[in-house]
Design a protein around this ligand. Structure first.
Ligand code: FDA
Ligand code: NAD
Length: 436
């Protein structure tokens, strides 16, 4: 058994939140040897969003030093040497398989190596929901891919090269489904998307928003199969997938299949040791959990969203970055007997695919109000939607916005201005943001 190691601060997980927490520790001041990041991935923290965009663009591939955290938000790219220079121990290829919060002890898969901490930050993120979780048969066939970590992306890229110009079936109509379908299509695969709902991205898009993207995708040659799910797979004698069997009885030919049917937070290490809520680890507005000296950040945290007076969990990169910063500030302030303001988060989601790029801020509840130029054939589409609840604009979506316009919709979602008439709001469109 390896020697026990002890640190003042340990972060479990080496993803986005861990990278930004390290940055904030350095900003606040951390002594050499005080901080360790333990990650089961074999590379330092990187900007995970690149995996479904630049990293799988075979013609113009983004490669790794280029998207190390914290480059994605304009910060310094933290190379392995950066961690060494700052005295931060980056412990890679190491999965924590047991956590005992009472004795502040972590056990790793590497010969049962033990790590002790004074303060723990849980940043384990999410894992993918698998088709086998729904009992779909044959879902372990070769060339069926999920996408969460860089190793998944490497396997997918290899298959895309081997199956060049082949048939790809994308299961799921959410973020992964839409971004991967575009990437596969750009890389000359013949793509079919399958999802159960009447339109794509139903947890955010209205039918009107979705209609734009669905038509745009169809115009790019992507086939959309809605209202059904993958129920099984046929394979050849090598065990490679050849067909997706749909629940409605149809079959789709497939050389590769990409599945994006949701994520789930990785909290099982802490089960029955810490309070949970809404599937995540419950925290306060400083990302402190119910256990002293244990913090949770990023995808795993269910935190108070002051703006909506509700506990929420958010699976997006902006929150991963900001929650990391907040937790480290709170830890450092507490050590100095100081206090900092509570986390006051405005939800911010975005996506990019083909030449399209949208941003969303706020809450998508209430009546939706469409505005702008939403013809999918338009050379420069620019349209959006406001959500109006109890006479106030609470959410805003914009496709094709400039940085200035995106700031405008963010301001609207934060300030929640009153509106007298939704018809007027629809006519005013983006110019409404200038009235604030
Ligand atoms: P994250 O998943 O980044 O990191 C968790 C880390 O913990 C991983 O390194 C994992 O290996 C490690 N780990 C887990 N359990 C462990 C254990 N027991 N021991 C050791 N290590 C362990 N969001 C967005 O807003 N815009 C976007 O465009 C995208 N795009 C995007 C693409 C793809 C392909 C994915 C998968 C996700 C996105 N996201 C996104 C979501 C965003 O990337 C996500 O919300 C953040 O990465 C969450 O950051 P965390 O640090 O919480 O988890
Ligand atoms: P998602 O929740 O966005 O979409 C899941 C989709 O799966 C649903 O919309 C539905 O269409 C589909 N689905 C559900 N059950 C199904 C079934 N049985 N068969 C077929 N389809 C089914 O999840 P995702 O797209 O898998 O993304 C995973 C994670 O990665 C999420 O945390 C997401 O936020 C993150 N991500 C974010 C971005 C971004 O923010 N731009 C990009 C990629 C990934």
């Amino acid at each position: 058994m390896s020697e026990e190691k002890s640190f003042k601060y340990v972060i479990i997980g080496g993803g986005v939140a861990a990278g930004y927490a390290a940055k904030e520790f350095v900003n606040q001041g951390v002594n050499p040897g005080e901080l360790a990041i333990i990650s089961k991935e074999s590379v330092p923290p990187y900007e995970r969003p690149a995996l479904s965009k630049g990293y799988i663009n075979l013609q113009n591939k983004a490669t790794l030093p280029n998207f190390y955290a914290c480059g994605g938000s304009g910060g310094e790219r933290q190379f392995p040497q950066w961690y060494t220079d700052k005295g931060i121990e980056l412990i890679l290829d190491t999965e924590i398989v047991k956590a005992d919060l009472a004795s502040k002890t972590l056990v790793s898969s590497n010969n049962g190596q033990i790590f002790k901490y004074q303060t723990l930050i849980v940043a384990t993120g999410s894992t993918v929901v698998r088709l086998s979780d729904f009992g779909v048969e044959g879902a372990d066939a070769k060339n069926i891919f999920y996408l969460r970590e860089i190793q998944d992306a490497d396997k997918l890229v290899y298959a895309m090269e081997v199956k060049e110009k082949g048939k790809a079936v994308v299961v799921g109509g959410g973020y992964i489904g839409l971004e991967l379908s575009a990437a596969l299509s750009v890389n000359n695969l013949d793509v079919t998307m399958v999802y159960p709902e009447p339109w794509c991205m139903p947890r955010l898009f209205t039918g009107e928003i979705a209609s734009f993207y669905e038509t745009y995708y169809a115009n790019k040659g992507i086939k959309l199969v809605k209202g059904t799910v993958a129920a099984g797979f046929n394979t050849n004698s090598n065990g490679e997938v050849t067909e997706v069997k749909l629940k409605d009885g149809r079959t789709l030919e497939a050389d590769i299949v990409i599945v994006g049917v949701g994520g789930k937070p990785l909290t099982s290490l802490f089960k029955d040791q810490v309070e949970e809520e809404k599937g995540g680890i419950k925290t306060d507005g400083f990302f402190k959990t119910s256990v002293p000296d244990v913090y949770a950040i990023g995808d795993v945290a269910t935190f108070p969203m002051i703006l909506y007076d509700e506990m929420r969990r958010v699976e997006h990169v902006d929150h991963a970055r900001k929650s990391a910063e907040q937790a480290v500030k709170a830890i450092k302030a507490a050590e100095e007997g100081k206090s900092i303001p509570e986390y006051d988060y405005l939800p911010y989601f975005y996506s990019r695919a083909f030449d399209l790029s949208w941003q969303f801020y706020g809450d998508n509840v209430g009546e939706s109000v469409l505005f702008g130029e939403n013809d999918p054939k338009s050379p420069k589409p620019k349209f959006g939607t406001y959500w109006v609840k109890e006479g106030k604009v609470v959410g805003a979506f914009l496709e094709g916005g400039t940085p200035y316009e995106n700031k405008g919709i963010a301001k609207v979602a934060r300030e929640q201005p009153s509106v007298e008439s939704v018809d007027l709001l629809s006519k005013e469109g983006l110019s409404f943001t200038n009235t604030l």
